[in-house]
Each structure stands twice: as C-alpha cells, then as structure tokens.
Design a protein around this ligand. Structure first.
Ligand code: GLC
Length: 555
C-alpha cells in the first residue's frame, strides 16, 4: 500500500441522485437522501461517491443539461444540504465527487440565451455558430449522439449552432479563453467547498476541428456519426493541461475523464505524470458489441477473449502511467449481468462473478448504485414507457434503418440507459423504500427479493459478497498494487488472471458459462483457496458462473 493515494486504495460508488433516495415524497431522490445512506456506503467500504449532476437543469438529459454551474437544483435540495453532505461524508472518510459537464450547457443557461440573441453580443462566440450551406441546409451532415442532425437552426441569429448531444445541449466554444476561464472558475467554486474530485463528462468532444466538412454517410439518413468527425481532435490536450494547471493542481483530489474513443495506447498522454487526469474512463471493454464508428443498432456479438484483451490492454497501458478506473456499469450502460453474462444466468451467481473481476483488477473499482445488490435490466413493452432521450433517438434510428418496431424495441431493451436508472431498492416495502410518492421511473419488479434490507440479512447475498470482497481487496497489498498477468488468455469460457507482488501471487478465475468447466489445476501452482462465490469449490473445475480466488506466497 506504500505510495498509493487515498483514491487508489478505496472503491468509488456512483450515485444517480434522481434514483437514489427520496426523503420528500416528490418521487425523485435528493441530497438529504444521499446523506441518510452514508452509513450503508461506509459498510460497503466506499471512500468516495461520484454524484451525477445535481446542478439546476431543465432535465432534458437528466441533469447533463446544466443551466447554472455553481448552484444546486431545488429538486435535489439546497446548498446547505450539500454542505452537510460534505461534512457528514468527511466524518466517515467519504469524499464527494462532482460531475463536470463542460462540453455543452443547457440551452436555458444565461450564457446561451445571450449568445443566441444576436451575432454581436458579448457572448456571441461562446458557442459554436455556423452559417447554413448555400441551400439552407445544416453546415455539415454530422449526426448527433442522440440521433438527428447535430445542428439546430436559430431564427434570431439566422445561423445554426452545434449540439453533439441533444438540441437543448449546445456545445460551448472552448477556443474562447473567456469560456474556459468561466468553466475553470466554476470547478474552483466546488473545490473551495471541499469536494474530493471530479468526473469530467464527454471531454473528448471539447476541441473541434479547424474546418468543418461533411463525412462519408454511415446510415440511410445520409449522415455520419459526429464522434468520428470531432472526437479527440489534435490540440485537445493543450486545453486540458490548462484545466489541470488552473484547477486540479495542488489539491488532494482525483479526476476521472469520460473519454470515449481514447485508445489504450494513447492513455499515457491523458493520465499519469505527464497526463492531465488521474484516471480515464475508456470504453473498449463495454463497447465490444458495437464496432467503432458503427451506428448503434448494428449490434455484433462479442467473445470473452475480446473482453479479456480489452482489459489486458488497459491494465498494460496503466501499469506505469496513471491509474485505471475499473467499471462495468454506469448510468449510461445496461446492467453488467445482462451485458456480460449468458442468457438465463442466475442473477446472484452472475453478480458475484462480475463483482470478483471488478474488485480484483488493478485500479480503483467504480460500483454503480444497485450493482452491489445484483440489479438487472428492465424490458418495458413499449417505447413510450422509456424516459431516456437516447433510447428514443436510437429507436428512431433503428426504424430508419429498416428494422421492425419489435426489433427496435429489442435493441432498446438491450441498450437503454433506463436499465441503469430505475430507483434503488432499499427494502421490500412499497416503492422499494425509495419514495413515499410516485416514483419518477418505475421500480424494477424484482424489488421484493432484490433489495438492501433483504440482502443485508442474508450472508450469501450479493451485497454481503461485495462487502467481504471489498474488505479483502483493501487489506491486500497484492490486490491493491500488484502487477496484472494474463492467464488462460485464449480460453473462451474462463476469465483468469494473476495479481503479483514480490512476495505474493493472487489468482482469480471466473467461469463465464452456465456449465461446469475444467481447467488445468497446475496453473495454480502451490496456491491455496482463499475466497469464492460457492460454498464449496472443486479442484480443477469451475462450477457454473463460479468465481474463485487463490493465493500463493513466493519464497
Ligand atoms: C455523458 C454522460 C451522459 C450524457 C452525455 C451528455 O456521456 O455520461 O449521461 O447524456 O454525456 O452530457
């Protein structure tokens, strides 16, 4: 544990505040609700909570459309509630981490309202404005991430503005130093309040190319995914180094950038001694079923060896540079059991299998709310029932591509971000103990058996498995800092690896199938069994979805 920073030794818990705990009966969670659950999080071994945005927002994209960067949305409470959360967190050694959404603001932000009012106002170039093509159509054929053109016409200015995400999320113009300074000031405001770090949203999109050109269409709509045209543009790191100098440097915090599309081999420029962030969420391991640049509904199957390779690449890339944020779930992804485990898998066994990898790789584990209870996807029977703006866009894309309504809905079942956003299940009481009112999103119908109260009392529950394994990790020098070595690299059924320090080796083996699988017992050398997801383990055999951990002292 020598030389490790506080955030390298702990697990981080991601909270989706809207769905976490409602103390007012409004149907949406609030800050007081988060504070009331700090002891629950402490028992899980959590040292930091990352809150998805709680700033004032019209909620078009559930808070990722921010209309004031230095205030709290009244739906979540007050600044005093927030200060109390920080103070109560500090008492328990739990730091609060804020989400910075700096690629875009809400179209209701006062900066945008001024910017769109004329071509000559003081904030005229705080956003990305362009003239129409000669025929009046948008400046380029880029498709926004939520579907449809990435350009929106503005009557007042007789110009289009760029929105990488929703129409209501206009992109900020980072080329303007005043914009950058305003954003840095807002981040410093939260540092002064004592936050423990930042997750930086959609950061790979902040730098736009010098010249905007049409791309080769990749869909029947004649458009091309904006990601392939603007993500990771040269010069982006200059902006981020300035960000680091003016905000992060000198504080005992961590930063984690959301950086879709940064390849493992480029990680060293982003994290580590010469990088800009402490960690980087890169998505190669969770986007296996979508090939880069391809549009969403053309889902391909993936192989376990591809998952292992993606993880091995990230582990290798962060071996000497920076640090890896380990995650399989967040508020944008389906539940990991549905994503990674075979159809028909027992959810308790499957959740334990995924937890074992999450908590034994090298890096800081990020647990997404509900993951510690074994939450699974929902599958609502009509698109109208879905709240997520992206699900609606993707449904339209699927129909445009010629898929039937049933097939389009099937894609939504698999990919919808609502899978991750159903409310926390605290107990078997009405509304799962989440609210006394009408929940903003329906509660998963498994809440009577899958909830914190029931699992707390059951020693074999997913929750207690997480607690024990997190404890094992936090007390093991080898699991915290040991090197990662691949094991059974080409095996399509078992995910296996070694964590090694000078005097110890820890072996982790997880069966990703519903069958009993044999493995060559000699790979474990002299190691002894120390932890597993079944009551009894067998030599040389992994039972369905079984996870085992062995340890060996090196003389
Ligand atoms: C990130 C967020 C996502 C949001 C998008 C736009 O990808 O994680 O939830 O919709 O950025 O801000």
């Amino acid at each position: 544990m020598k030389n490790l920073k506080w955030w390298q030794k702990t697990s981080v818990y991601q909270i989706y505040p809207k769905s976490f705990m409602d103390t007012t009966g409004s149907g949406t969670g609030d800050i007081v609700g988060i504070t009331s659950k700090l002891d629950y999080l402490k028992k899980l071994g959590i040292g930091a909570i990352w809150l998805t945005p709680i700033y004032p927002s019209p909620q078009v994209d559930n808070g990722y459309d921010i209309s004031d960067y230095t205030a709290i949305d009244p739906a979540y409470g007050t600044m005093a509630d927030f200060d109390k959360l920080i103070a109560e967190g500090n008492k328990r050694n739990i730091r609060v981490v804020m989400d910075l959404v700096y690629n875009h603001s809400s179209d209701k932000h006062k900066w945008f309202i001024e910017s769109k009012s004329s071509r000559t106002n003081p904030k005229a170039d705080w956003y990305i404005w362009r003239d129409a093509k000669a025929d009046g159509t948008p400046p380029t054929n880029w498709r926004g991430i939520f579907g449809g053109s990435a350009w929106q016409w503005c009557e007042e200015r007789q110009q289009y503005y760029l929105h990488t995400f929703a129409v209501e999320q206009p992109d900020l113009n980072w080329e303007n130093p005043e914009v950058r300074q305003a954003l840095f000031d807002a981040a410093n405001f939260w540092l002064d309040k004592g936050v423990g770090g930042f997750r930086i949203d959609a950061i790979t999109y902040i730098k736009k190319p010098k010249i905007f050109v049409d791309g080769e269409p990749d869909g029947k709509d004649g458009m091309v995914a904006i990601h392939t045209m603007t993500a990771n543009t040269d010069g982006i790191l200059d902006f981020l180094h300035e960000f680091k100098r003016k905000v992060f440097d000198g504080h005992d915090i961590f930063t984690v950038g959301e950086a879709n599309g940064v390849a493992a081999e480029d990680l060293n420029k982003w994290v580590g001694a010469d990088g800009v962030f402490s960690m980087l969420f890169e998505f190669s391991h969770v986007n296996l079923s979508i090939k880069d640049g391809e549009i969403w509904c053309r889902r391909t199957d993936w192989k376990l060896t591809e998952l292992k390779q993606a993880i091995a690449n990230s582990q290798a890339a962060t071996k000497n540079n920076g640090w890896y944020p380990i995650f399989f779930e967040n508020h944008d992804k389906p539940r990991s059991i549905n994503h990674f485990m075979p159809k028909g898998a027992d959810s308790v066994k499957a959740a334990k299998a995924m937890a074992t990898i999450l908590l034994t790789l090298r890096g800081t584990p990020f647990i997404f709310e509900g993951q510690e209870l074994g939450f699974t996807n929902i599958a609502w029977d009509s698109i109208e029932k879905y709240d997520d703006i992206q699900s609606h866009g993707q449904y339209e894309i699927a129909l445009n591509e010629g898929f039937s309504k049933d097939k389009a809905l099937e894609f939504v079942h698999f990919f919808s971000r609502d899978n991750a956003r159903t409310p926390m299940q605290w107990s078997a009481d009405e509304n799962a103990g989440f609210t006394t009112g009408q929940s903003w999103l329906p509660i998963h119908d498994d809440y009577k058996i899958c909830n914190a109260a029931v699992e707390d009392a059951d020693k074999n529950s997913v929750l207690n498995y997480f607690r024990r394994l997190d404890d094992l990790r936090q007390h093991s020098e080898t699991l915290l800092s040991g090197d990662y070595e691949e094991l059974l690299k080409d095996d399509e059924k078992i995910f296996a690896f070694i964590r090694a320090t000078e005097n110890k080796k820890v072996y982790v083996l997880v069966n990703f199938t519903l069958d009993e699988v044999k493995f060559p017992a000699e790979i474990l050398s002299q190691a002894k069994f120390i932890f597993g997801s079944y009551d009894k383990n067998k030599i040389g055999v992994l039972q369905p979805l079984e996870a085992v951990i062995y340890e060996e002292a090196i003389k």
